[in-house]
Write a protein that binds this ligand. Structure first.
Ligand code: URA
Length: 441
């Protein structure tokens, strides 16, 4: 085989075989096929797309480009959740202990904040002592004892994706549905998940800006995972406004702890109600795929009962200790682990909050120090935003909308005008927006 022939076949809209894809990907990982040929192939895929069978082949080939987590001996259904990313999206930290309390095992390998979206690992790293780079043996051990384990991807998991993603980033080929599908699913399969629940987000703060594109991505993900013989469910959820009442690293962990309070299952009035709704609907699908419930309604009831029992919060605390975190210190930091550089944003007009733009808020978060623009940049554990009012709230000029903490004074001052601009007002109450648009699969 020659790489150039495979590139030309894709350029001309032909379907590539698994052998051709293996030749390209393994040659690339081995350093035998250069970046410029893989860039040309990625661009051909961008324009010509891939069939479902081709996408499944690419996913399998990428999966086997490195190590695959050996979770043999772990009893219980292995079910994970993946979100396409957003602002204030912290559902993982709440649903993993809920699912674990039902007897599901959630092997969670997460990522870091990049651009306007937050990262689970950065949030967990804000807990003193908590370790997010576990060895394979530690990951498996904690998965068995706690029912979930949280770690970052190791260098030997799907090396093809690390190389390919960096290349896509600089060759204008990130937004290709088959390439996104293979990237996400190869990593999820490598971490050892059998069944998968997807939170495919749309809106200003999401990767996909409109529901139609999000649905195309969700269908591709669902079809490909099924082609690999594994069960999956996907929800399309709104990411036009940050989820919950906090964005930040420690701030979000704190919100999750509060949401795991036994009364959180039924308290829908709080500013975390949207977060809990998405979390419980995702957890309900995990219960179904894990064989604990016959349908989503039954799954949801089980998750609410679990939450009310207090068991998920206990597991959350157990996991902090298992991964090296200092539980006492964590509890004592709640409510006060904040940067000293603080300011308030007040309503600029009388009326209603029509929208708090997730994309603008996420970018302001990068300026504050919550997120990063380059993978090597540090993040601040104590920067972030607490929302006092969100979409639909009636406001009088001067009412508090957000408290904001910056990693330093200059960052805080740079972010404030951006945040003020993220809030839109209307004279009448805005129309309801559906939080969960539909289920695919
Ligand atoms: N997330 C991934 O892991 N890969 C992509 O290609 C896009 C989003």
């Amino acid at each position: 085989m020659r790489a150039v022939d495979i590139i030309m076949r894709k350029r001309d809209g032909k379907e590539l075989s698994r052998e051709e894809l293996r030749f390209l990907i393994s040659g690339y990982v081995a350093g035998e096929i250069p970046d410029y040929q893989i860039s040309a192939w990625a661009m051909a895929v961008f324009f010509q797309g891939m069939s479902a069978a081709e996408t499944a082949s690419l996913t399998e080939v990428m999966l086997h480009s490195g190590a695959v987590m050996d979770l043999s001996g772990v009893t219980g259904p292995l079910v994970d959740k993946h979100s396409t990313g957003g602002v204030g999206d912290k559902t993982s930290l709440i649903l993993a202990p809920i699912a674990a309390s039902l007897g599901i095992k959630d092997p969670m390998m997460s990522g870091r904040a990049l651009g306007h979206t937050g990262g689970t690992l950065d949030k967990l790293d804000s807990i003193p002592g908590y370790r997010t780079s576990l060895s394979a043996a530690e990951f498996k051990h904690i998965l068995i004892t706690d029912g979930f384990a949280m770690t970052g991807q190791t260098a030997d998991i799907v090396p093809a994706d690390r190389l390919l993603y960096a290349l896509r980033d600089v060759s204008g080929t990130v937004e290709s549905i088959p390439l996104i599908t293979a990237s996400i699913l190869s990593k999820k399969a490598a971490e050892g998940a059998q069944a998968l629940v997807l939170d495919v987000k749309y809106g200003s703060g999401a990767f996909m800006k409109n529901p139609a594109d999000a649905e195309k991505l969700a269908r591709s993900l669902v079809d490909t995972w099924r082609a690999m013989g594994k069960p999956i469910a996907a929800l399309l959820t709104d990411m036009d406004e940050p989820l919950g009442k906090m964005t930040g690293n420690f701030l979000e962990v704190e919100e999750c702890y509060d949401c795991l309070a036994p009364e959180a299952a039924t308290s829908h009035a709080s500013l975390s109600a949207d977060l809990m709704e998405v979390t419980l609907e995702l957890a309900a699908r995990m219960a179904v795929l894990g064989g604990k419930a016959a349908n989503a309604a039954e799954g949801r009831a089980l998750c609410e009962q679990a939450l009310a029992s207090g068991k998920p919060r206990e597991l959350f605390m157990t996991n902090i200790a298992s991964q090296g975190g200092d539980v006492e210190q964590f509890l004592s930091m709640r409510g006060n682990y904040r940067s000293p550089h603080r300011a308030e944003i007040a309503a600029a007009a009388d009326g209603y909050i029509a929208r708090i733009d997730a994309w603008k808020t996420g970018h302001a978060g990068v300026v504050l120090g919550v997120g990063r623009n380059r993978t090597e940049d540090p993040v601040s554990p104590t920067a972030g935003i607490e929302f006092h009012r969100k979409r639909g709230a009636a406001v009088k000029k001067g009412d508090p909308i957000m408290t904001v903490w910056g990693k330093d004074q200059a960052s805080l001052e740079a972010a404030l005008p951006r945040l003020a601009e993220a809030v839109e007002y209307s004279p009448a109450a805005p129309a309801e927006r559906k939080l969960i648009l539909k289920e695919i699969g």
